[in-house]
Design a protein around this ligand. Sequence first.
Ligand code: ZN
Ligand code: ZN
Length: 355
Amino acid sequence: MKAVELYAPGKVRLRDDAAIPEPASGEVRIKVLAAGICGTDVHICSGDPSMSDLIAPPVILGHEFCGHIDSLGDAVSQEIAVGDYVSAEMHEVCYDCPACKHKQFHACAKTKIRGVSLPGAFADYVIVSASNVVKLPAELPPKVGAILDPLGNAVHTALKVPVEGRKVGVIGFGPIGAMCAEVVSFAGAEKIFILDVSDNALGRAREWAERRQLHDRVVLMDAKEADVVEQVIAMTGGGTDVTLEISGNPIGINNALQMTRAAGDVVNLGLPKADQVCLDGFGKNFIFRGLTMHAVIGREMFKTWDRMLELLRAGLDVGHFVTAEIALEDFSKGLDRFSKGLEGKVVMYPGGAPA
Ligand SMILES: [Zn+2]
Ligand SMILES: [Zn+2]
């Protein structure tokens, strides 16, 4: 079968002779319909040393996808049948660590990720555990089915605390930040303050707000301006109720703490490049103001997936985040454009790009 394989650190090739995998007991094989390229793939393919502990080449990449069940291993529940249209949670968890024992599987200490440390979905076929399969409604377009993993990150982040009727900050308008903004807008946030340092990102945010006719609810802020925090505090009369930190930049992380009102919530998804982040005025800005900080990892299994499918059924529109649909064979081109920030999400089709 065709497969995009990382064969050495930072080195990728397209194979057409990879073995079609067989599902073991409790597993299913899925014929991949569409798969999304993620920022994580960019890090992996550039040989980013921060990924080296997680990944052991050779491995087939790809952890965002949808497809049809093609073959069942033994001991698979009768709810799953060949032909089902599905996606899957690619975090394979241990069911035994303290987090798993508390049913907080998303935070499993021994998570293995298909497409990172186990073979993934940039291929004609992928194997997943039957318990990780998520059935999709037939009317969901494949390009949306292919991006449910990052949309799940966004839904998990955006709805970590209630946002309806609230003033919400979103720091970082990359693909996940943009999805977060879409979700909090859909969920009825009163005002959304979007901060980014990139003019391109702010341009995309402006286009989105115009298209959605959200001028009165969305405020775009250039985070390069030194007094951006003071501006948000002035405009909100004391700070946002909730701030979603997606940038992972230490300045963004500090801005999130400082622009959130006393007793408000800061939700952190963005990963800083360095191991350490210095929080300015930890007492003054965090403790004395009684803030709550939340860390988001992955998607809650399977609450986030249920919530996400509910939102999509209710009309949440995310197809526009996909700006390129290409054949799997054009992986290198797609990765290159995505890594340069020229595309939103890039979705690949093993069966060839849609006409
Ligand atoms: Zn991803
Ligand atoms: Zn576990």
